[in-house]
Design a protein. Sequence first.
Length: 206
Amino acid sequence: MKRTVCAWLLALGLAVGTALPASAAAFSDVASNAWYAQAVGEVSDAGIMNGTSSTTFSPEEQVTRGMVMAVLWRLSGSPAPAASSTFPDVEDWYYYADAVAWAQEMGIASGLGDGNFGGGSIVTREQLSVFLYRYSQYAGQELASGVLDLYNDVDSVQSWAREGMAHAVGAGLITGTDEGNLEPAGPATRAQLAVILQRLMIPAVG
């Protein structure tokens, strides 16, 4: 899914020609001039996102709901949850089990309409925006309020996701497509998630 590269670069203050972390250079599928290369290196070095193998990052692979919980949990220092989650489809041995339990306790994660969490389901951009909004609330970060009416498909954003999407857009975490759409029902990729996480790391080190 093509994104406006310049918007990402301006929002994140990335400098052209900045040396990449060694971890990014180790991924054969992350070109040194890719708009997400610096972010991949930083989140990999920080242990927040791992490669899909020792030599690949799979930047275009779609992100799952369980993966989002795992990276937000790691971003928070991997705190131990008080108990297992109440979602019947999250087994204790799943790699994201502790992350989902923690996220549920902190009010970041909620289930689907059937009571399950759906950790293996592809996360949509509007679902991701809500997770990011709740995470920012949990982390005590300043909440933003972007103008959704600037986008052609604003009416496609479901009511439960509007506040989260406005925050994600206003904070520069989610940007529109080159065509001026938000594509709220569209999937997020690992490359996009890496850049979002890099942006979230800025307040922690600033």
